[in-house]
Design a protein around this ligand. Structure first.
Ligand code: NAG
Ligand code: NAG
Ligand code: NAG
Ligand code: NAG
Ligand code: NAG
Length: 435
């Protein structure tokens, strides 16, 4: 593909070096951290020692992104022996916290904990503790941002359990539609679901959100299990189904593909070979490829308001003819007009308009955004846009907290993603080659 080679070369051009492909691996593990007096998880050994060992293995194998569930009362023992650079703070032990945490080699923004709308008391203490899911936008590489979800759905198989779990899975699927439109996504956690249970709606991640189950893709040749298979623990085969699952999709910025799936339980054992959890931990190795059509900047601002993204609306080779902003005390709106006449605008109608019509062969190449606090929330207050001919346009009021985003050499700014209300809470710029 010629366009790939040319654009990839541009991405790597002097000035801003961006990788055009890369790999990373993930792990999801239910760490069986309920207080041992409540729940032994049928595991032998002492949970404190076992949790220290789990952290030791996290560090030893160095998985890039780890989602844990049931990380309740032995959390500090896992973190004491793990060494990942980025880790969520615990939300508390059983009865207080959700047991969900993420440990990673990459930084993120917009970490959010969301409680379930429904739970059932029928099995396994589901209403005893506020379980739910978490969300974060992780920066795997420059321009490679992935929305990472961790979840622990309701357990059990009574009608009330099934109803709660169906609601839980649907809640995550709807959240993805609201907050991850246009974005690459990885959902990994303890779904407590099986394809073979008709009341379970786990396939909704595929039918509603376009996610691929790495297990179904790599171990089942794309065919969901039609008969129940239970995995041993440790499992020595990968073709059996567990309730712990890893789903994913790429975006128009980069393709994402799972290249390896494995039950890692044989690595997570005590010194005498006994397992550390009643769940098989799962690893998946991913490859991402930027095909040279789009890239994106980091985010400026806070995670408030509604999610928006121009990625789906942009033509394959966008040309920007005009920049349009509104601002006064803060930044009210951001927009571009494409050569096709399409307007892509976000935010509200307050403030005064400031626009700049681009000449032929002139590109929008850099933007400085400044943020500040309004009603205790971070918003964008100011933008200064600069073109390849050095012309500028500004809107809003500058602050002391500013970031300048510059398109990779040979690229331009063509649109936006972020969160808005009647102002611009958060923004990330979409880049494309200069056409
Ligand atoms: C391994 O050690 C644990 C903790 O001492 C013990 O409870 C368990 O029975 C042992 N497993 C085997 C297979 O000996
Ligand atoms: C579950 O049990 C708790 C404690 O008895 C109660 O407060 C809660 O309302 C119950 N929840 C449901 C969904 O039945
Ligand atoms: C994804 O990875 C699998 C396993 O390596 C490979 O067979 C498949 O061709 C890849 N698909 C794409 C679209 O790259
Ligand atoms: C984006 O943010 C990440 C994480 O804070 C940082 O490492 C990276 O340098 C930033 N990229 C750019 C282009 O500023
Ligand atoms: C902002 O937060 C402070 C401290 O929590 C609080 O006292 C104040 O009322 C808040 N202001 C607004 C506008 O919400």
């Amino acid at each position: 593909m010629k366009s790939y080679t040319t654009a990839a070369a541009a991405l790597m051009a002097a000035g801003v070096v961006r990788a055009t492909s890369g790999t990373f691996d993930v792990l999801t593990m239910n760490v069986a951290g309920l207080p041992s007096v409540l729940q032994s998880n049928d595991e032998s050994g002492d949970k404190t020692t076992n949790s220290e060992l789990i952290g030791t293995y996290f560090a030893k194998y160095g998985y890039d992104i780890i989602n844990v569930q049931e990380d309740f009362n032995y959390h500090s023992y896992i973190y004491s022996t793990d060494n990942h650079a980025y880790r969520t703070a615990t939300s508390g032990g059983a009865a207080i916290g959700s047991g969900l945490n993420t440990l990673a080699n990459f930084d993120w923004v917009d970490f959010t904990r969301v409680g379930w709308d429904d739970c059932s008391n029928d099995s396994d203490y589901d209403c005893l503790t506020p379980k739910g899911f978490t969300f974060m936008r992780m920066m795997v590489a420059d321009g490679v941002h992935i929305d990472i979800y961790n979840l622990h759905a309701d357990a059990g198989t009574t009608n009330a359990d099934e109803a709660a779990r169906t609601s839980n899975i649907q809640q995550v699927a709807d959240y993805i539609d609201t907050y991850s439109t246009g974005n690459a996504v990885i959902v990994m956690g303890d779904t407590n679901s099986r394809y073979t249970r008709t009341a379970d709606n786990i396939a909704v991640f595929t039918s509603q959100n376009g996610l691929t189950d790495a297990f179904v893709q790599l171990e089942r040749a794309g065919v969901v299990p039609a008969t129940l298979t239970i995995c041993d623990n440790p499992s020595l085969i990968n073709t059996c189904e567990t309730v712990d699952k890893i789903f994913y999709r790429g975006s128009r910025v980069f393709s994402l593909n799972a290249t390896l799936f494995n039950y890692e339980s044989s690595k997570f054992v005590q010194t005498n070979g006994s397992t550390l959890s009643d769940h098989n931990p799962i690893t998946v190795k991913f490859e991402w490829i930027n095909e040279g059509l789009f890239s994106q900047s980091n985010y400026s601002g806070g995670p408030h308001g509604d999610w928006f993204s121009d990625l789906a609306s942009l033509p394959e080779k966008p040309v920007v003819s005009k920049l349009v902003f509104r601002g006064n005390k803060r930044l009210d709106s951001v927009g571009v007009v494409l050569s096709t006449g399409t307007s892509l605008t976000h935010g509200g109608t307050g403030g005064t308009e400031a626009s700049l019509t681009l000449a032929t062969g002139e590109y929008w190449t850099s933007a400085k955004f400044c943020t500040g606090q309004y009603s205790n929330r971070t918003r964008n207050f100011y933008v200064l846009a600069t073109t390849s001919k050095g012309r500028t346009v500004t809107a809003g009021t500058s602050t002391s907290d500013c970031t300048t985003f510059t398109a990779p050499t040979g690229w331009q700014i063509v649109g936006y993603m972020g969160q808005d209300g009647d102002e611009i809470d958060q923004v990330s710029l979409i880049y494309a080659p200069q056409y």
